[in-house]
Design a protein. Structure first.
Length: 255
């Protein structure tokens, strides 16, 4: 079915318009995806921070202060109660790999308690020194401000960590910090969900645009076919009328 010059021009306009729309969606979608992933990172960090602060507030500073950070703490009732809390926190935090308490002893950052079972090769006993503290890990004992850091690598792996202080309400001194470690792989999986969602949203707009384009082409083609059929019918009717008129004329002439 041949297209008229006007139809060809209209088709070029439609194709160009939809190509510009698709290009716009891709460009906007790129920036939207980056923004949404950035939002996801901040949202996940805020959620981990809130969770860590809430968990830290559940500890009794007096009980925590009773721990000396030595193997002898293992037999103290205060230690056992604190350990139960740490285990519960880990149980309700499905993405948490490590949950622990640390404190400063002199110039060293040591473990007070660890939710990891003693049979684990990753277990940190009371008094074990944490040899790889960041500056923020040390500053929290001065500032008393909770924070999220990472992904950072240490001897146990790569982690995103929420750390919150446990403060003595009388002295306002930070007696210990609670740490919740999420593996970088788990963290990235959570962030990837935001990326997949943003790509899905962009993909939905692309799909709607392509369906709309296909619909316009189908309707345009159908309209051209109907117009052609109408012209052919009109031409057939005209030929039929001409044939009748010619026959009548010949008949009249023959009389």
């Amino acid at each position: 079915m041949l297209m008229s010059v006007k139809d060809q021009s209209n088709k070029r306009i439609i194709v160009t318009s939809y190509l510009l729309i698709i290009l716009s969606i891709l460009v906007i979608g790129y920036f939207f995806s980056n923004y949404f992933v950035g939002y996801g990172i901040e949202n996940e960090r805020a959620a981990l921070l809130a969770r860590t602060e809430t968990a830290a507030s559940s500890f009794d500073p007096i009980l925590v202060s009773a721990l000396e950070g030595r193997p002898a703490d293992l037999e103290r009732p205060q230690y056992k109660k604190i350990l139960e809390q740490l285990v519960r926190i880990r149980q309700v935090s499905e993405d948490a790999r490590f949950v622990y308490l640390m404190a400063m002893r002199g110039e060293e950052l040591i473990f007070l308690a660890d939710a990891e079972p003693p049979s684990s090769e990753d277990y940190s006993a009371p008094g074990d020194v944490y040899d790889e503290p960041s500056q923020e890990d040390l500053d929290i004992f001065r500032t008393g401000e909770a924070f999220v850091e990472g992904p950072l690598e240490d001897a146990w792996g790569v982690w995103v960590s929420g750390l919150a202080p446990i403060i003595d309400p009388q002295t306002k001194r930070v007696v210990a910090i609670l740490g919740i470690d999420v593996s970088a792989d788990t963290w990235q999986q959570n962030i990837n969900l935001y990326r997949v969602l943003s790509i899905s949203i962009v993909g939905l707009f692309l799909a709607i645009t392509l369906v709309s384009y296909a619909t316009v082409l189908i309707v345009s083609r159908a309209n051209r076919r109907l117009a052609l059929e109408a012209r052919e019918r009109q031409q057939a009717e005209n030929r039929s009328k001409d044939a009748v008129l010619s026959f009548r004329t010949l008949y009249e002439l023959s009389l």
